[in-house]
Write a protein that binds this ligand. Sequence first.
Ligand code: KG4
Ligand code: ZN
Length: 341
Amino acid sequence: MLFLTLETTCDETAAAVISDELMVLGSAVASQDELHGVYGGVVPELASRAHVERMLPVIDEALRRAERTLADIDCVAVATTPGLAGSLLVGLSAAKALCVALERPLIAINHLQAHVYACRLAAGRDVFPCVGLVVSGGHTSLYRCRNAIDFELLGGTIDDAAGEAFDKVASMLGLPYPGGPAIQRASEGGNPRAIRFPRSFQHEHDRLDFSFSGLKTAVRYQIAGAGGNPAEVPTLSTQALADVAASFQEAVVDSLIGKSLDALRATGCQTLCVGGGVAANARLRTRLTETAAAEGFELWIAPPQLCTDNAVMGAIAVERWKAGLVEPLDVDILPGVQRAH
Ligand code: KG4
Ligand code: ZN
């Protein structure tokens, strides 16, 4: 049985052809980074228009790589939540049209759950039950994942997402968008202990939330220096820039790891699965690996190419299909984060 999975929640247009045995036959992703780069962040209206232009070519490319045609597809799946409303609508409309034309069932994918499921694909075996940490440009969420279709939201960011903080701090430092990879590069040779930036809720072990806006402000004042104007892009030496980037990155990594440990203790889970664009961060991956070895829990981090948005992680649709979770064709998008599914 073959699934066509579609992904248009934010600024990547993606499609994949996946078998019910979780074999990835073909995958294609069209990134919009260049389109939004000049604005320093995603412009929702531009993102939806770009999805409209790219959706069909991306589906064609995924089918071509899989050496299949639409007639071979048995089931169509699409991310319907959470994300930008206009972007989600493009993917859902395409999926519905295919379902009507091909007379195939429709499966709805929760994009954040799919980010966790990327770990299941990397593991090549069951990873549930686990704590799922999703760190992306739009979300920073902790889940108790009882199995592939039963996710309970334990906590999340109360302001900026981790990736958003990377993007905004990069822009303050005059670095390009997306900010995560740029900060990672700038941090090389920097001292992660040079500046002690704040880590939110680190002593409130019962609170499984994150906050990154105070950290962002602390960086702004740090780079402005005494008497400087925080609104201006500063001129920093290469070493000073590396120290700010490394210290900021370390503060984000400490927050993410601290709350993941709190979530593992609160749930009694032995496994942590980490996905989303920020999970591509080299420092986070190293520190997580060290922490897992020291604390004795099992760790799965999505491979870098499955961290940023893609349709391969939409393989979670196979699990929903097996559980009989097929959607009616009038199913709608849900742009906001849901507490449980
Ligand atoms: O998951 P994703 O592709 O899109 C959303 O669903 O939001 O995540 C994009 C985010 C961006 O904020 C980007 O700066 C961040 O992931 N990112 C990184 C790295 N690569 C991408 N953040 C830190 N380090 C990286 N290497
Ligand atoms: Zn994402």
